[in-house]
Design a protein. Structure first.
Lengths: 526, 248
């Protein structure tokens, strides 16, 4: 069971002509979401069997549906195509780099054509098509992707995060999702009650979330468990995770694959690359990366796409072989047909692991061949398909866990980022207080209260503490937390003082415009 | 950030980078020497940072990596807008959060008036943070199993707490010591910390069933990347890991 989690934090800055961190979205569209849609289209066209589960975070959906960001993405592609044209000329006489430069120019030209013409800038509509054909089972995650365990004593906000996510997903995909991705696999005991309230049937946990439970997980991670309230929890398989995630031992580290870190944005002279980097002076990745991983050396070999493609096929074969072997060993030991749950960040494929989407496609095609040949092989199923054909799961409540470093909360709660929670917890408390004071507002007050609810949710994104701890773009992450807390506090104080500035509110509404249907009364005390 | 790239930075940025990496730059260092020092420190910082992450976190970081390690924007501390938020809310409250089976994080605040009253007591000597282990996670019906205290300063507002026992429930309480009296100022929410390993009941239960032992071994028990907090994997399961789950 393949589970891809697609997420980016809400980053949208209409107040600037261009904004560096919006590149997170643009890179992911070019390198992950568009290649995945092309893969899905090809699999559909060739009638290849196999399906998978994909979670779409509400913030990502909101950005993919945003006209300003769509327009900026096209402008971004235009710059990359212009750079590619110059690169084709610059490398024309170089037999090593000319084919790589041409590959990128083709890639970005195709991105533009697919995005603008084929998909008419609406990627979610195309993903929705593939949910309707059953190729993917789309699920959601907490609205702004907070690490849930740090809010377990503010359960009202976790409930709102779930409710907003369910609503946004239904608006984008046409129906409420049956499954839920917990951001960072961050599970705390009891959250399944909120899932049950929302009509969620299943979610995913880290392996030790099942294995360290109070009773033995009789099928280990090879079957879901049923929480006491009936919601299913699928456990993550570690062996298949490491095969794909590990930089040193996993497939993505193969010497023939493309090197992520070498980029012409850093390598070429400023006077040449200036127009294609941030503010013409700040060196950033452009996406034009000409080298293969090669090994632990600075002397990298030029990238050869054909060589990488042949590795993709052998790595897909190897991955499937290992899963088949594992199933054969596990089958006699458990009551159900074993399920191997392989969850990954969707953006790993194509972005960091450039060949990752090709690898995914190779998996499906190889498994399909095996099915046609009636080989005893593996089948790619969605959680819905698995649950429809299997039952009798063990009743067992998972334990606190995450897929973060050392398995718990140290990434999102450490000396660099712990200051956040005093403010986000307080904002939740105040938001609940606002609903009690203003239970049924209309007009400007209602707009202000709805915006306050958005700001509370946006302040909770797990991305900000994660980035603060990681040490890159720290000032941006800090300023985002402060911005949302500050905006919320401004509304809270304004309402208390009976004065709301329409101009200020309109500006903030335009900037942080996710979740247009949000109703502040979701924060009513339960 | 390569040496070549460092060479392109202006002197101010180079010194900022050195400060951020805690590199001592000897006076009269040449630009090349500064670059060499910063380059080595950057490499070391990157390696340290990668070691503090598991695979999932490393991959997630790539998603946000627009530049190499530090971007010039970060170094120059360019903030797009300054947003002021208060340091505290002048209220009396305490919040306890579980970080992992061994550590909890507690933050608190005390109303100025309350603090003035408490410290005005003639017998006031110090504030302490009491960590209380309960036999039950509910306040309404619990017995204190054990407790210990940590002295805190009047201006302290948070503290990480090393928890003595896993699979247990705790709360914390801020207390003013006034002579023989312990004056409670605020108390946190209760929390329950997980066992952080295979509970004893589980290892006992699977011992009686070879199939369950093998399923646990095959589930990757040895490769979870999770500290065990004193709960060791039984030897018989390790031997099964070697036999069934160790070979690639």
């Amino acid at each position: 069971m393949l589970v891809l989690h697609a997420h980016l934090p809400f980053v949208r800055h209409p107040e600037y002509e261009s904004f560096l961190e919006e590149m997170w979205l643009f890179e992911a569209i070019s390198e992950t979401y568009l290649p995945m849609l092309r893969m899905l289209d090809r699999l559909e066209g060739d009638d290849v069997s196999g399906s998978f589960c994909m979670s779409f975070s509400p913030t990502l959906v909101s950005m993919l549906n945003d006209d300003l960001l769509r327009q900026r993405y096209v402008q971004h592609l235009d710059r990359l195509i212009e750079l590619g044209t110059k690169e084709r000329e610059r490398t024309a006489s170089d037999p090593d780099f000319a084919p790589v430069a041409a590959m990128y120019l083709d890639l970005y030209t195709q991105c533009r054509s697919d995005f603008v013409e084929k998909y008419e800038q609406d990627l979610i509509a195309r993903f929705r098509h593939h949910t309707e054909t059953g190729r993917i089972q789309a699920i959601t995650t907490l609205a702004t992707h907070p690490f849930a365990p740090v809010y377990q004593n503010c359960e009202d906000t976790v409930r709102v995060q779930i409710q907003v996510a369910m609503h946004e997903h239904a608006a984008a995909f046409g129906s409420r999702p049956k499954g839920f991705w917990l951001p960072e696999c961050g599970y705390y005991p009891g959250i399944e009650r909120l899932f049950d309230e929302a009509g969620v049937h299943f979610f995913f946990v880290a392996a030790h979330g099942l294995l360290f439970g109070q009773e033995p997980a009789e099928a280990g991670v090879y079957a879901p468990v049923q929480c006491s309230n009936g919601v299913l929890a699928f456990g993550r398989d570690m062996a298949s995770a490491n095969a794909v995630w590990s930089e040193s031992e996993g497939y993505p580290g193969d010497p023939d694959y493309r090197e992520f870190y070498r980029d012409i944005g850093h390598d070429l002279p400023l006077e040449y690359i200036g127009p294609y980097i941030h503010l013409e002076t700040e060196r950033i990745n452009t996406g034009y990366k000409y080298y293969a991983i090669t090994g632990r050396t600075d002397q990298k070999r030029p990238y050869v796409a054909e060589r990488a493609r042949s590795k993709v096929l052998s790595h897909a074969e190897n991955f499937l072989f290992k899963q088949v072997r594992q199933c054969r060993v596990v089958s006699p030991l458990i009551d159900n047909v074993p399920v191997i749950v392989c969850p990954y960040d969707a953006e790993l494929f194509g972005h960091w692991w450039f060949e990752g989407v090709q690898w995914l496609e190779a998996l499906f095609r190889r498994a399909h061949q095996a099915a046609i040949a009636d080989e005893d092989w593996v089948e790619f199923l969605t959680p819905r398909q698995y649950a429809q054909t299997h039952n009798g799961f063990q009743v067992l409540d998972p334990v606190l866990s995450s897929w973060g470093n050392k398995g718990y909360g140290e990434v999102w709660l450490d000396g660099s980022n712990d200051w956040i929670y005093r403010h986000t917890h307080k904002a939740v408390e105040r938001m609940i207080d606002l609903v009690e004071r203003y239970p049924n507002e209309t007009g400007l007050k209602k707009r202000a209260l709805n915006q306050a609810a958005r700001e509370v949710l946006l302040s909770q994104a797990s991305d900000w503490p994660f980035i603060i701890r990681s040490g890159t773009t720290v000032s941006y992450a800090e300023s985002r937390v402060k911005e949302h807390i500050s905006n919320f506090t401004h509304i809270y104080d304004s309402l208390s003082g009976g004065m709301i500035s329409t101009e200020w509110l309109t500006k903030v509404e335009r900037r942080n415009n996710c979740f247009p249907d949000i109703d502040y009364r979701l924060f009513a005390r339960s | 950030m390569t040496r070549e790239r460092l060479a392109g930075l202006n002197e101010e940025l180079l010194h900022k980078l050195a400060d951020r990496l805690d590199v001592d730059i000897p006076e009269e260092s040449t630009p090349d020497e500064i670059i060499a020092l910063v380059s080595d420190a950057l490499e070391e910082a990157r390696e340290d940072h990668d070691e503090s992450n598991n695979n999932a976190m490393r991959v997630e970081e790539r998603k946000y990596q627009l530049a190499r390690f530090f971007s010039e924007k970060d170094l120059a501390s360019v903030s797009n807008e300054q947003h002021e938020i208060p340091d505290r809310y002048n209220e009396t409250r305490m919040h306890l959060m579980v970080r992992d089976p061994a550590w909890a994080f507690c933050y608190w605040d005390v109303r100025d008036e309350t603090l003035v009253d408490v410290t005005a007591d003639e017998e006031f000597s110090e504030l302490i943070l009491r960590i209380v282990e309960m036999d039950n996670p509910g306040f309404d019906d619990h017995t204190v199993v054990d407790s210990f205290e940590i002295p805190v300063r009047i201006d302290d507002k948070s503290r990480y707490i090393n928890l003595p026992r896993q699979d247990a429930s705790y709360y914390t309480e801020l207390i003013a010591l006034c002579g023989d009296r312990h004056v409670s100022i605020c108390r946190s929410n209760p929390v329950t910390v997980p066992s952080g390993g295979l509970p004893f009941a589980v290892t006992e239960a699977v011992a009686a069933d070879d199939r369950k032992d093998r399923v646990l071994a095959l589930s990757g028990l040895e490769h979870l990347g999770v500290p065990r907090f004193g709960s060791e994997i039984p030897g018989r399961i390790i031997s099964l890991i070697d036999r069934y789950a160790g070979s690639d």
